[in-house]
Design a protein around this ligand. Sequence first.
Ligand SMILES: N[C@H](CCC[C@H](N)C(=O)O)C(=O)O
Length: 259
Amino acid sequence: MTVTFYKYQGTGNDFIIVDNRLQQIDKNNTKRIEELCDRRFGIGANGFILLENDKIADFKMVYYNADGKESSMCGNGGRCIAAFAKYLGIISSTAEFEAIDGLHKARINGDIVYLQMQNVETIEAYKDHTFLDTGSPHHVELVSQIEAFDVKQNGAKIRYGQPYGRAGSNVNFVEQLSNDRFAVRTYERGVEDETLSCGTGVTAVALAMHKGAKTNSDEVSLKTQGGELKVKFEEDKDGYKNIWLIGPAQQVFKGEIEW
Ligand SMILES: N[C@H](CCC[C@H](N)C(=O)O)C(=O)O
C-alpha cells in the first residue's frame, strides 16, 4: 500500500510523520518503522510519528523511536506534529492533542511552535547529576568543554548502566553559558546515539538547573547542536507547572513509501 509521509525537523531532531486518521498503518510492524528511520537504507529520522483521530482532542500523537518501538513523550516531535496538523488544516493556530503522557496544548506562530509539557513534581537531585521525567526519563549532568565531550560513549555508559538498566534513560550533558542560558548535548534512548536536540531533554535541563539554583530565571535558553530552544515554567509548592517548550519546527519534504 502506498503511504504519503512528511519529513519534519525541530532544531535538528527529525521525524517521519504520517497522517494515520484512516488507520492504514500496521503499528505492530516495528521492523518497517526501524527500516524507514535508517539513515542509509531508509528515509532517515530520529523517530516516527502517527497523527490519529482522538475522541476528545484535536488529534492524537503516537511516537516511535528509531528502533521501531513505541516510546514515551517526544517534545520536539510534539512541536512538529502541531505544525503538521496546521499544514493539514486540522487546526488553525492553537491545538490540544493527546499523547502517551496526556493532553498537550500547542500554539503556532509562523515557524515557532509553543508546546505545553506536563507538570513535573518529582526531581531527584544527586551530588553529580539530576534525574527527572518530563514525559520521558532524563539524566542531567554538568560538564565542561561540552563541544569536545564524547557524548555517545559517555551517554551510552550511563544509559545502560545502573540505576537505569535495560529500560534506560536519556542522558543530557550541560554547560552553563550565562545565568539563563545553557549548552545541551543529548544521548537519546531508542536512537542510541546523540541527537541534535531533544525537547523533553532541554525541558529537563531547564528545570534541573532552576531546581539546583544554577539559574534564578523562569525562562531559560538552551543552545543545542540543532539550534536554540527556550523553556518557560512556573515553580510552586508542588514542583513545576505551566511549562512551555518553544522553538522552530519545519517541514523538510514529503514523499511516498510502500508500507
Ligand atoms: N526526542 C524526544 C525524546 C524522545 C524520548 C525517547 N528518546 C525515549 O525516551 O525513549 C524529545 O524531543 O523529547
